[in-house]
Ligand binder design. Sequence first.
Ligand SMILES: [Mg+2]
Length: 173
Amino acid sequence: MKRPAVFFDRDGTLMDEVDFCNDPAAVRALPGMKEALTELRNAGWLIFIITNQSGIARGKISSAQYEAVHKELLHQLDYQIDATYFCPDLPPSPRRKPQIGMVLDATRDFPVNLAQSYFVGDKEMDIECGKRSGMHSILVTSGYGDRYRDCGADYLFPDAVAAAKFILRGKFL
Ligand SMILES: [Mg+2]
């Protein structure tokens, strides 16, 4: 049976925004996020990270640095993530948000019901990716989110923990 999922942007959403973060020591997961993800997974939600990492193609981050940063974040989140999809490409790329290639990758790997799923992010490209995929969209005003308040997201919350609590109160499960 297909399951609902929450697709999270990474930088500025699950962790503090750090421009082209290439140092694991700079990783700060959002306080309370680990617990919120655990609750979502216990309630039956699949959890994905969908992250644009053009810093790799731009030469600002090496693949090894990306891996080290991401490993540190997963550790801080107690590995409460089903899978991560990242796009190292420069725009335009069919995988890079706001395009939906990474979401389609997730639907190939897992039985996801997109119509019951949410995309949570701090940029218009996250909201656009969620909408194009047929999901509900949540803009968080952490990270860069404050400047995208009017981008047409279905819901607006101060951060991803508040968004997760809203989803947990929802009607789908
Ligand atoms: Mg972001």
